[in-house]
Design a protein around this ligand. Structure first.
Ligand code: C2O
Ligand code: CU
Ligand code: CU
Length: 496
């Protein structure tokens, strides 16, 4: 009891100190005009796969140590990667396929989570599915959701920020029958490009170092895109699709073209939108994705920037959380004679609205590193959801610091933001949503299948430092009347 109170007091003091350090320790970062764009953007290779006797698509990933010279001519930084030195290959699968990902771990204990994927909880790669050094873990599941830009990263309890920061992350692209028929740029590495953005601090020798802390966590002063420092991309087609992924620990970006031209938003976390939406900027908090199409004129250069994001914070908090920082991200260099691209389709895919007559309503209050006053406990189930139900989750940031909210197992829809209808970028499928201080959202979600009383899914703030500090909870999906039973794990049975 007393210890708990002391922990809370110390926790509050630490947060206050960090806020203060953030204010006096962090100057505004502005790299606009200073980035050289002299390195070709590295495009992660598509992961090789094979079909096994059962017709399952099998990928092999090895989590391994490496080194990377991020700045040409500079020092090397020790890194982690999957099948390489830093980051991992892009996995790609089609709806309806059964996939197996064999992960061999040559590193200290870690996990691998499929962010945005609908799959059984024991395949989810959350903090319970650890992979010991030297072991191979082989989760498998049937892809059963719309085409989307998902990603994978470790979820080791208390160590997610460190493991992702060292380089364990990659993209997971899903296709479906419709996505292949739409006139969207879709040739991977040619006009369909992953853009994985991470902020880093880099010292004078070119070595990646630890970053200064704001209230949201570590904020770097430079960017790596797919691990490339100062990247440019030769665009050989009239239109290019960028799959933007914010794989940073704490920083929110507001992506925009340097000349203010529209980015055509075609997809969000969990799939394509009903129609392209012209956006003058696209804001992504940690974990969120967006697919945008950029139209280029022959021979021109356009810089993708990150403008100061609208964090909904006031002056001091704003500076501390990176709300005043600007970056040059990536230079797009159009060919003199680009290959023509078809016009963007006017309609993309149907996004059927979930029926707001829900079976249950819950509220989640975010404050400090807690959700509803609780800190993550791997032995506690915070809520049990009955299968085949629709729930509305009201998430409220009752704190002066930015947070966001991510739910495993599904893609949800945003019903409203502070009581108002969601803006266009929040009208598609989402799995992570930003919450400014004192902001609230209502999310609606379906729990269709994969009951398991013994293995939980996670919900958490995806600001990785907050998550690591315990800003996370656990839920199970159970049959009507069934009780959670984490001690029963190991029976290994799940039901579809
Ligand atoms: Cu991207 Cu629970 O994580
Ligand atoms: Cu996730
Ligand atoms: Cu948070």
């Amino acid at each position: 009891m007393l210890l708990g109170a002391v922990a809370v007091v110390v926790g509050v003091a630490v947060v206050a100190t960090l806020a203060w350090l953030g204010v006096i320790g962090r100057a505004t970062v502005d790299t606009v005009g200073t980035v050289r764009f002299d390195q070709p953007l590295h495009v992660p290779p598509l992961a090789e796969s094979r079909l096994d006797d059962a017709g399952r698509r099998v990928f092999d990933l090895t989590a391994q140590q490496g080194t990377r010279q991020f700045v040409p001519g500079g020092a090397t930084t020790p890194t982690w990667g999957l099948n390489g030195d830093y980051l991992g290959p892009t996995l790609r699968a089609h709806r309806g396929e059964e996939v197996v990902v064999r992960i061999t771990n040559e590193l200290p204990e870690t996990t691998m989570h499929w962010h945005g994927m609908h799959l059984p909880p024991e395949m989810d790669g959350g903090p319970h599915q650890t992979v010991a050094p030297g072991e191979t873990w082989s989760p498998s599941w049937v892809v059963d959701q719309p085409a989307a830009t998902l990603w994978y990263h470790p979820h080791t309890h208390g160590l997610t920020q460190e493991h992702v920061g060292r380089g364990l992350a990659g993209m997971f692209i899903l296709d479906d029958d419709t996505s292949g028929t739409l006139d969207l740029p879709s040739e991977y590495g040619v006009d369909d490009i992953p853009v994985i953005v991470q902020d880093r601090s880099i010292d004078d020798e070119g070595r990646v170092t630890g970053s200064s802390f704001g209230t949201t966590g570590p904020l770097g002063e430079e960017l790596l895109v797919n691990g490339t420092y100062g990247p440019y991309l030769d665009v050989t087609t009239e239109r290019v699709r960028l799959r933007l992924l914010n794989a940073s620990a704490a920083r929110t970006y507001a992506f925009a073209a340097d000349d203010g031209r529209d980015l055509m938003l075609v997809g969000t976390d969990g799939g394509l939108l009903e129609a392209p939406v012209p956006m003058d900027q696209v804001q992504l908090s940690p974990g969120e994705r967006a697919e945008v199409v950029v139209t280029m004129s022959p021979g021109e250069r356009v810089v993708l920037r990150s403008l100061p994001p609208d964090l909904g914070t006031d002056g001091t908090e704003d500076r501390s959380a990176g709300g005043q920082d600007r970056f040059d991200v990536l230079e797009l260099r159009a060919a003199d004679e680009p290959a023509p691209s078809p016009p963007l389709p006017e309609r993309l895919v149907p996004v059927p609205r979930l029926d707001p007559a829900a079976d249950a309503h819950r509220t989640f209050d975010l404050r400090s590193f807690r959700i509803n006053g609780r800190s993550m406990d791997m032995d506690r189930v915070d809520l049990a959801v009955t299968v085949d139900s629709t729930e509305v989750w009201e998430v409220r940031n009752v704190h002066g610091t930015p947070h966001n909210f991510h739910v495993h197992d599904m893609q949800f829809q945003v019903l409203d933001v502070d009581g108002a209808p969601p803006p266009p970028q929040l009208r598609g499928w989402k799995d992570t949503v930003y919450l400014p201080p004192h902001g609230s959202v209502r999310l609606i979600m379906r729990f269709e299948d994969y009951t398991d009383a013994t293995v939980p899914y996670m919900f958490h703030c995806h600001l990785l430092w907050h998550e690591d500090q315990g800003m996370m909870g656990q839920f199970v999906v159970v049959d009507e009347g069934e009780e959670p039973d984490l001690a029963g794990a190991g029976d290994g049975e799940h039901h579809h």
